[in-house]
Design a protein around this ligand. Structure first.
Ligand code: FPP
Ligand code: MG
Length: 337
């Protein structure tokens, strides 16, 4: 395992997520079977939409985090699989609903559910997946896990609602930004790590450490996701999507705070007029880059990574999962989609 991780350091362009996925190949195969079973429906009005949603396999980051945490704490149990399916279903349900809220046409490089079908079916099939997630969580037979999953839905909704309010009222504030990403993204990753540790029978202190680790990974993940908006349309959605949806994310928040007043004034005029066109978006993005917004966002990712490393080093168990955790940290910073 150590050799594998070292190789990944050397081969910069290597797909780290693929290496991590390969380490859990068998688990992910069984996971897929559990997943298919949990979403099966003999009503074609449901199954046709569900088939479209799962046509493209996501990164599987959340189930991997569940498996990684469980294996680190001892071993993967049948309850771990139910936990992994639960979080993947909850996550997928939230993305289906999110594309309705954001009026997004693309998801995972294919047309979103609302684009292919319509909002009504997106909302209802999203609900179907959410309900399937709750049913799956019951199979863990662990009331603490069921409670975590039930509470998680509230966090995601609160994050999304706050984000909507901030976009509508055009609030440009770093603390608000961090509160939103903590609720809408980090809360789920936190739950993944906790569920993994709990299904392996970890003690309370270890479970809490895994919770902190998951949360840091979630924050780093979302900041990187937000950076993509400034650069690449290879990530499954067009460049500038966030800003067009009114989302002012960390790089721009920082640049607006840091730039000379004359430049900031011009940028805030574009933002308050919601004057978003390819040319004004380019102006905003050039401004963000020139005023250190991207570098600042990476600094925040690095701060999360070093806090996460500290937690990993404090873990008392000694097994190859620690190496994979390090690899996951590299992946979160360097991922290209
Ligand atoms: C993606 O964010 C969206 C989320 C992380 C959470 C979405 C949550 C809801 C819609 C609340 C409903 C919750 C349940 C349980 C059904 P993004 O829009 O920044 O990312 P994107 O660019 O991938 O769309
Ligand atoms: Mg969205």
């Amino acid at each position: 395992m150590k050799l594998l991780v070292n190789l990944c350091f050397i081969l910069y362009d290597m797909d780290h997520n693929q290496v991590i996925k390969d380490s859990f190949r068998e688990e992910l195969q069984l996971f897929d079977k559990y997943l298919q079973k949990s979403i099966a429906s003999d009503n074609p009005r449901i199954s046709n939409v569900v088939k479209h949603i799962f046509k493209v396999c996501g990164k599987r980051l959340r189930p991997i985090l569940v498996f990684l945490s469980a294996k680190a704490c001892g071993k993967i149990t049948p309850e771990t699989y139910h936990g992994a399916v639960t979080v993947e279903l909850l996550h997928t349900a939230s993305l289906v609903h999110d594309d309705v809220v954001d009026e997004s046409e693309m998801r995972r490089s294919q047309p979103s559910v609302n684009a292919v079908f319509d909002n009504t079916r997106s909302v209802l099939v999203g609900d179907y997946l959410l309900s399937s997630a709750l049913m799956e969580s019951i199979k863990t037979q662990n009331i603490e896990i069921i409670s975590i999953v039930a509470a998680l839905g509230r966090n995601l909704v609160e994050g999304e609602l706050n984000q909507y309010a901030i976009a509508t009222e055009i609030i440009i504030d770093e603390n608000e930004y961090f509160e939103v990403i903590d609720k809408k993204t980090a809360s789920l990753m936190r739950a993944c790590a906790i569920i993994g540790a709990k299904t392996a029978g970890a003690d309370e202190k270890t479970v809490a450490q895994f919770g902190q680790l998951g949360q840091l990974l979630g924050i780093a993940f979302q900041i990187k996701d937000d950076i993509f908006d400034y650069f690449s349309d290879d990530v499954g959605k067009p460049i500038g999507s966030d800003i067009c949806e009114g989302k002012i994310t960390l790089p721009l928040i920082y640049a607006l705070r840091n730039a000379p007043e004359s430049e900031t004034k011009q940028m805030t005029e574009i933002i308050y007029a919601r004057n978003y066109s390819p040319s004004t978006i380019k102006t905003l993005f050039d401004f963000t880059r020139a005023n250190g917004g991207i570098d600042y966002a990476y600094e925040k990712i690095d701060a999360c990574i070093s806090s996460a490393e500290k937690i990993i080093n404090e873990f008392t168990f000694e097994n190859e999962m620690k190496e994979l955790m390090q690899l996951l940290l590299i992946y979160l910073r360097s991922r290209k989609f």
